[in-house]
Ligand binder design. Sequence first.
Ligand code: GLA
Length: 716
Amino acid sequence: MNLRNLFVAALCIVASLVNAAEIIRISTHETDLVFRVGNDGRLYQAYLGKHLKFESDLQHLPNGKEAYLTHGMEDYFEPALDVRHVDGNASTLLKYVSHTSNKTLDGATETIITLRDPVYQTTAVMHFVAYPEVNIIKTYTEITNAEKKPVKLAKYASSLLHLDAKKYYLTEFSGNWAKEAKMSSTPLNFGKKVLDTKLGTRANLFTPPMFILSLDQEPTEDEGQVLLGQLGWTGNFRFTFEVDEDGRLRIISGINPYFSEYELGAGETFTTPEFFFTLSQQGTQHASLCFHDWARQYQLRDGDKDRMTLLNNWEATYFDFNEEKLCNLMDDAVKLGVDMFLLDDGWFGNKYPRSSDNAGLGDWEETKDKLPGKVTKLVDEATKRGIKFGIWIEPEMVNPKSELYEKHKDWVITLPNRDEYYFRNQLVLDLSNPKVQDFVFGIVDRLMTDYPGIAYFKWDCNSPITNIYSPYLKDKQQHLYVDYVRGLYSVLERVKAKYPNLPMMMCSGGSGRIDYKGLSYFTEFWASDNTDPLERLFIQYGYSFFYPAKATCAHVTTWNSTTSVKFRTDVAMMGKMGFDIKLSDMSADDLTYAQGAIKNWKRLRPAILEGDMYRLFSPYDGAHASTGFVSKDKSQAVVFVFDTYPRYGETTRNLVLKGLNEDARYRVKEINLEPNKQSRLRCNNKVYSGQYLMTVGIQAFSANKLTSHVLELTKE
Ligand code: GLA
């Protein structure tokens, strides 16, 4: 060996020793995710679990499994990254290069780990942002092509996590229109379980990008280790859960690579969406509290701000309205005592008026016959009445029966050489095209410029991408699903920048497209078109695992009028409360009831909107349901109690509360009583210690069908 070789060999040994010592720790107050650099220079996930107290213990952790597995090397299971290099080689080997760790402005810690392929120079930069107090870790990856020509990304996950437990249970949230967030749990054994979507726009129609993974035992609210994960991507996503031959689990989260092989030009970087997760050692309840707190502090648009109650006209009128009817509804809004009137679908289109869902979408000019005084008149009428005015749009869509379609067929996602087929009589505009992005931004911008009094938007999206072909992307059709979402974000970014104080509801024929990236642009989401309160108990329960009440719109309507207005209102009060009903559908007593409930909801905001939400009794567990909210200082709490269809003479158990101050004393008072009715609950007007309420509980359930009670607890 000559001197030069000896020197190089020595350098290699030193480098590998340095690397071998490299331990990268990503921590919240409750969780540790630890990576180690192996002697081979690769990065391994050494640990994911409960926060470790002693830093000195980290050195004892074994390497574990490779952190961001690539296609073409020794691993035989699903990879996170699959790159087709310029020379046709499809293997990538990533070696550790460096890492940094810095505090972010909002008090989190961001760790950035750079990995590089020594042969192809492809880099993968992994970002981990740990929010210590709220126990959430956000992670995403940047993939850079350092070759001289474009490469193809066949797989490009946001995150790969390894877990090792005796057993795994996956809880998924499946559904369809009006049946959102149906929960079911299944054990994971050898092989793969995939949760994904290929719908493009209304991407979550069958399942939202979120899951619960329970380790060693089936998920429970208050015990056991559970991981709650969610992808921030308003489009096709895929979660792959794969158990290997040794019973170890890997979870790969990211954009669905289905029909999305992405060409990455020389020097370009692909940034994946963010994956958010929390690991709780105390079951799902604690994990949800972490997600809610994190969302309100860091992610949800205006998470720290108040929300407006509203009256929506959709179910009161559908498309059949004029100025007079709308003004009458505004009067109803005032009578009810809500903050805003929201005008829904049907206000636009002249050549093809929007009098049903088969025409007019795309032509965002007020229909002259219906609204001769335009939106100005409506904003003025609302202002006169002392309420705000909001408006519905569905700006990404077009009906073939529209002027927009006639003028700009080149802006529409549709196959040039086949018959068109429609979902709700409409097609999707091609948001990968910057001109279409300008058009969509222009819809909001025009309305806000002409009518600066508009105080709220409901942004709908009723169709998945059909007839999949972008006239703009030409030979890069496989970019459409990804570029569509990027186009949407670029529009939403512009809207948020120009109108930073404009609250917006994210809607998609119900909740067909919610996720936490979308909710960085929207203040709330429409949980479901299904407002039957019995169904809503399940839908709202499902979403409560990830979303706080503040983000979850819940309206009182005429769906399932066999239930009382009280029952319907009590269910809606557990979310961002609203109404979509004519006062003529309510009795005088119902109106009095609703007025009181709105006042109560506003008064109880410190608990319902800003406090901690506790799932006290699951609707999946029988003929009852209950949710409690406790203000952060634990001085105020409100408990919603429902009996759905109990058996005749059923013996009910006490309702045990959560989240109170053990040592404090609380007066329990039944509120939301119907006019002239007295509380018949034994606990009404009694004082209990927090400990008693959380240990023995109170008799709040009954064997009476379709009854509900709202209890307010005030610290004495
Ligand atoms: C969707 C929404 C509804 C309503 C209609 C209007 O279905 O979910 O709330 O806005 O569109 O067409």
